[in-house]
Design a protein around this ligand. Sequence first.
Ligand SMILES: [Zn+2]
Length: 141
Amino acid sequence: MDGWFTTEEPYTLIGARCSACGTYVFPPRSGACPNPGCDGTDLEPAELSRRGRIWSYTENHYAPPAPYVAADPFEPYALAAVELEAEGLVILGQVAKGVMAADLEIGMEVEVDLQVLFTDDDGVEKWVWTWAPAAPSGGAR
Ligand SMILES: [Zn+2]
């Protein structure tokens, strides 16, 4: 998943944005705009909002199918579909370790974090983004 998020704080997901109409996509890719009303062919990398609101969520008690890679032994985790209002995207991601479905609710504010998903046979840590309950934002909104 190289190039899907920044690896320095503040961690930020990287999508792509159509230079013609401003439509966002995630994961990032190049090529034609997904907006059927747009002829744009120029998607450019773009950092996405770090915070969004939970649109739906679930809990996985079984290892997901390929291409997803799960920790071994498998640990249940929550998954959340999070709406980024500014970009008009809903992004599915694991919820931060230790936070389960019972801790979540629709509309809850979450923010991007990273965690080690697993360490491969060569000892290389594989990272994945997670949705973590957002720290209180100081009220400005
Ligand atoms: Zn476009």
